[in-house]
Design a protein around this ligand. Structure first.
Ligand code: PLP
Length: 434
């Protein structure tokens, strides 16, 4: 028996208190696309454990890669030593990401890789003898993680900056990009114009612009147009600031491209990856930079990148990541994601007419239903479990990002369960049965 009362009394879960308002569900094991609860109920996983488990759980190839590496060398310090799993993985990342990205720093989580990206940008300007370039420019509704560096550039409201005012550095926030992946604007939109005017006023103190490309994830599940990123690239060059893309959520296929930056056909100067990097098996993230950024940083005082986590480039995590990337590239991932996109569009779009629903949007293997009101998060999650699926809504957002290799029937049940859970909780509205 899982000791739930011990959990309730002693353990923090994400964004919770002790004891928590909502008791977590005890999980016995995972099985492919299912989460098996202690009482034997099997839930179809709609969350990929927060963007991570893109091949489903317990994939035999990932389990084998982990077991082999654990036997050979579970971990070794990375200071003064190196190993094949890290070198293989660096080569894969450099090959798959946009061509200018050539150097890799392995970090232990997404937030840490974001902090490293910020640190690289700061050290780059120190090395270029412009140490006054210490601020970051970003957009509202962003999410970059929970460490202090990452939190300081996360949306001021979602990131609860007021709680930590006086502790967090004051960075610059432009309005969020207008919503709509397919939004057509010929001239630079008002969103990019506001960002440009902040650059005009502050470029001499800005080290970098940081943004999640195409999909703003935890800050609102907002999709925006690729032209915005192209204009951002041009602005960064014109105003002499670095451009950082946080691909932690979007990387490894989720939006339909291997990396979301490919929609715009441009490259950032610094890029972070994480989440699906290991197929959801263990924690690992990385920060990539261009040759130029690394060269300048290393050729001038202090001459080294001042970061070195204890578990840097953990061999087991790297070996799993190598296998997960191979598995992805060997699979028909583009077709799989296109199929998921079509099914999500077909299944969720009827909800658009529902009086309680503000918006339905789908991109790649991401389906989002935005409600008009907050406060339904817990009841919808509970209803989802009754429908045999696992969702984790937040705020006004009910969303799913299934594994890419989910069977089409299972996906159908997932979507049906999602629609059913939303209908159960909001007013009964006749949405066409799937
Ligand atoms: C999840 C996420 C992070 C933080 O990653 P952790 O591994 O949770 O620290 C940073 N940026 C984005 C875009 C994310 O989705």
């Amino acid at each position: 028996m899982i000791n739930l009362s011990y959990d309730r009394q002693h353990i923090w879960h994400p964004y919770s208190c002790i004891p928590p308002k909502q008791t977590p569900l005890p999980v016995r094991e995972t099985d492919g696309h299912y989460i098996v609860l202690e009482d034997g109920r099997r839930l179809i996983d709609g969350m990929s454990s927060w963007w991570c488990a893109i091949h489903g759980y317990n994939h035999p190839r990932l389990v084998l890669a982990a077991a082999r590496q654990l036997k050979k060398m579970p971990h070794i310090m990375f200071g003064g030593l190196t190993h094949e799993p890290a070198i293989d993985l660096a080569e894969k990342l450099i090959t798959l990401t946009p061509a200018p990205l050539k150097k890799v720093f392995f970090a232990d989580s997404g937030s840490v890789s974001v902090d490293v990206a910020l640190k690289i940008a700061l050290q780059y300007w120190m090395a270029r003898r412009q140490p006054q370039k210490q601020r970051f420019l970003t957009v509202r509704h962003g999410y970059h993680g929970d460490t202090f560096g990452a939190m300081s550039i996360t949306d001021p409201e979602n990131g609860m900056h007021s709680l930590f005012s006086g502790v967090l550095p004051q960075h610059l926030f432009a309005p969020a990009p207008l919503m709509g992946f397919n939004l057509k604007i010929d001239e630079p939109g008002e969103d990019i114009q506001s960002l440009a005017s902040l650059l005009e006023q502050h470029a001499d103190e800005i080290a970098a612009i940081i943004i999640e490309p195409i999909v703003q994830g935890a800050g609102g599940m907002r999709f925006y147009r690729p032209t915005y990123l192209r204009q951002l690239r041009a602005l960064a060059d014109d105003f002499n600031v670095l451009l950082i893309f946080d691909e932690i959520a979007t990387g490894f296929g989720r939006t339909g491209k291997l990396f979301a930056t490919e929609w715009a056909g441009i490259s950032p100067d610094i890029m972070t990856v994480g989440k699906a990097l290991t197929g959801g098996m263990t924690t690992l993230a990385a920060t990539l930079t261009t040759e130029e950024v690394a060269f300048i940083l290393c050729s001038n005082p202090p001459g080294v990148l001042m970061h070195g986590p204890t578990f840097m480039a953990n061999p087991t995590a790297c070996a799993i990541a190598n296998e997960s990337i191979s598995l992805l590239l060997e699979s028909p991932w583009q077709e799989n994601i296109a199929q998921i996109e079509a099914a999500l569009n077909q299944g969720l779009t009827p909800l658009q007419k529902h009086p309680s629903i503000a918006d339905v949007r789908v991109l790649g293997a991401i389906g989002v239903v935005e409600l008009k009101d907050e406060g339904l998060t817990a009841p919808i999650q509970e209803a989802a479990v009754r429908h045999g699926i696992w969702l984790r809504p937040f705020g006004r957002l009910v969303y799913t990002m299934p594994a890419f290799n989910i069977k089409i029937e299972t996906l159908g049940q997932l979507i049906e369960g999602m629609v059913g859970a939303i209908q159960d909780v909001t007013e009964n509205f006749p949405v066409k049965q799937l």
